[in-house]
Design a protein around this ligand. Structure first.
Ligand SMILES: Cc1cc2nc3c(=O)[nH]c(=O)nc-3n(C[C@H](O)[C@H](O)[C@H](O)COP(=O)(O)OP(=O)(O)OC[C@H]3O[C@@H](n4cnc5c(N)ncnc54)[C@H](O)[C@@H]3O)c2cc1C
Length: 539
């Protein structure tokens, strides 16, 4: 019997869903509780639209003991059938198993980067028997965490082991939000793989899944073991410095730091948005790259309690740390990567540059709430009108160098109270925040472009009307410059191949086809599926 679904069953704050839902389901269906053979939560969401009526809603999947009753419920519109949509057929095929192309590869596929795009591309290729080789410039997660902790405690920045480079990519030191708007069956596949790697089971059904950086680090180790079991090989501290090309400009292999070369007829390029040296190398090699409008701005932090009260009213303190979404469409400024109960951090991949970002632990219990406040940089505001493919990288570098100088050249984060930013003066007195290193009072208008300053200030005033205390208790830091990729590496929609470089599969955020952990993972899966359909494994 197929599974039926009932949507939007209500559970009050403080009620135990496992106890409440069977009775609520039976009551909704007009059946005795024992008519239901089995049930499971398929979606859980918090409805906080009305502050005095905050409650949970659940979609519940179930099977009945008697099939005849199911038909009656469907006729009456009391339940729905849980069926895949026809447009999901290609993604369902990826989840279930793929036909292989006929022309065999001569060498195992090389994957550059172990972020979500590279890892999930690697998982699919390994499952299909292609034995991929995954090359990662940074270290394994354990030594990487030690390097980042040492930096947070005042140590030196490491260009190869940091918030952005190393096992798991940029997602490792993150909020670990797995939010996505797509309803592709691949989302379920990624959830299953993460849960099998010890991510919390609830990510399969909560509307805004969150893993937390501490839990993600452990998940990555189990995920790596699974890939190795399926036939993948990992090499860490292994930076790709050169793409080797054959006589027709096709992929012939990669050159590693230190001079070693690895032959390959296909390379999956999942380098993320911060490998500026790798972008430069690709450009020099003639790989097609384009400027991509990207997000810039500042980051804002408040006490979490203030956000809880503004979002949950009388329910504040009884529910997990609250989030918010703010969008001033008129000025094009919006909140981004909100981290409830999170911490500020320096998201730096090059020494003597500084920019802000945010992450959180599973418990989201830091007592602080931060989010990026960003706007998009269109071609006309990029250096040289965005004609050069790396124009956005140049702008990021300019602002991040300024950020480093304003921070006193020791990775102190430039900071300014919202009220002082709006009044055009530096902040005085103690500035408190979750940033593990020092804060430095500064004029933050210096780390966003001149054209953006007025609309940014106007948007702050709009947001201050939506959240009480937003202006008086808010602290700005910045620049926030690594929210999205400033480069696109074009590719064919069907084959996923670079039009300039046969054999090259650009994937994930660094190629401009993803913006977050889930979308990068799905992009890696789809690109790997295109590879599998076109080539057979090396013999
Ligand atoms: C601080 C922070 C917090 C974030 N929080 C969230 C969040 O909560 N939820 C969410 O959905 N998204 C979040 N994001 C965004 C998310 O992490 C990215 O969208 C995602 O990681 C992109 O995946 P990717 O695989 O395309 O690239 P990345 O994750 O950036 O991985 C690229 C990998 O390639 C490696 N690499 C680069 N160049 C080379 C080379 N030449 N040789 C070998 N290896 C190389 C890098 O070291 C890196 O490990 C956050 C990002 C940051 C920086």
């Amino acid at each position: 019997m197929e599974q039926l679904v009932v949507e939007n069953l209500r559970v009050e704050v403080g009620e135990e869903p496992q106890q409440r839902l069977p009775a609520a389901l039976a009551q909704h269906l007009g059946l005795a509780p024992d008519a239901i053979a089995e049930w499971e939560i398929v979606r859980q969401a918090l409805d906080a639209r009305r502050k005095r009526d905050v409650h949970w809603t659940y979609h519940v999947g179930f099977r009945l003991r008697e099939e005849a009753q199911a038909a009656r419920l469907l006729d009456k519109g009391k339940a729905k059938l849980k069926r895949p949509r026809s447009k999901d057929a290609p993604d369902l095929a990826i989840a279930e198993g793929l036909p292989h192309g006929e022309r065999p590869l001569r060498h195992p596929p090389v994957i550059v980067g172990s972020g979500p795009a590279g890892l999930f591309a690697g998982w699919l290729l390994a499952r299909e028997g292609y034995a991929p080789l995954i090359l990662e410039r940074g270290p394994e997660v354990g030594p990487r965490v030690r390097k980042v902790n040492a930096f947070d405690q005042g140590g030196e920045h490491d260009d190869e082991a940091n918030i952005l480079f190393g096992e798991g990519g940029a997602g490792t030191f993150s909020d670990g939000k797995l939010t996505t708007r797509t309803r592709s069956p691949l989302v379920g596949l990624v959830h299953e793989l993460l849960v099998a790697a010890r991510a919390p089971d609830e990510i399969r059904y909560v509307s805004k899944p969150h893993v937390g950086t501490d839990r993600l680090r452990a998940v990555l180790v189990f995920l790596r073991r699974e890939l190795v079991r399926l036939g993948a090989t990992f090499r860490f501290d292994c930076r790709v410095d050169e793409l080797l090309l054959g006589p027709e400009g096709e992929v012939a292999g990669v050159g590693l730091r230190g001079g070693e070369t690895v032959p390959a007829d296909v390379v999956v390029l999942g380098i993320g948005h911060s490998a500026r040296d790798t972008y430069e190398m690709l450009h020099a090699k003639g790989v097609a790259l384009e400027y991509k409008p990207f997000q810039l701005g500042l980051r804002i932090e408040h006490p979490q309690e203030l956000i809880d009260v503004s979002q949950l009213g009388p329910f504040a303190g009884q529910l997990p740390a609250a989030e918010y979404v703010l969008n001033d469409k008129r000025r094009g400024v919006f909140s981004f990567c909100m981290c409830p109960g999170g911490t500020l951090m320096a998201s730096v991949s090059e020494a003597r540059h500084l920019c802000s970002n945010g992450m959180s632990r599973r418990k989201r219990d830091s007592g602080w709430a931060n989010s990026g406040l960003v706007f998009t940089v269109p071609h006309e505001h990029a250096p040289g009108g965005g004609q050069h493919p790396l124009a956005g990288v140049e702008l990021q570098r300019q602002l991040e160098q300024r950020g480093f100088e304003l921070g006193g050249r020791d990775y102190a984060l430039p900071a300014q109270r919202v009220s002082d930013f709006l009044a055009g003066k530096r902040s005085t007195g103690e500035l408190r925040s979750s940033y593990p290193r020092r804060l430095q009072s500064a004029d933050l208008s210096e780390v966003i472009p001149a054209w953006s300053r007025k609309p940014f200030a106007q948007a702050l005033k709009v947001f201050a009307q939506r959240i009480e205390g937003y202006e008086s208790a808010g602290l700005l830091v910045g620049p926030e410059a690594r929210g999205s990729s400033p480069v696109r590496i074009p590719r064919d929609r069907e084959t996923y191949l670079s039009p300039s470089t046969p054999g090259l599969y650009p994937v994930g955020e660094g190629a401009g086809f993803a913006g977050g952990i889930m979308s990068a993972a799905l992009d890696g899966l789809r690109a790997a599926a295109a590879l599998v359909r076109s080539r057979a494994p090396a013999g």
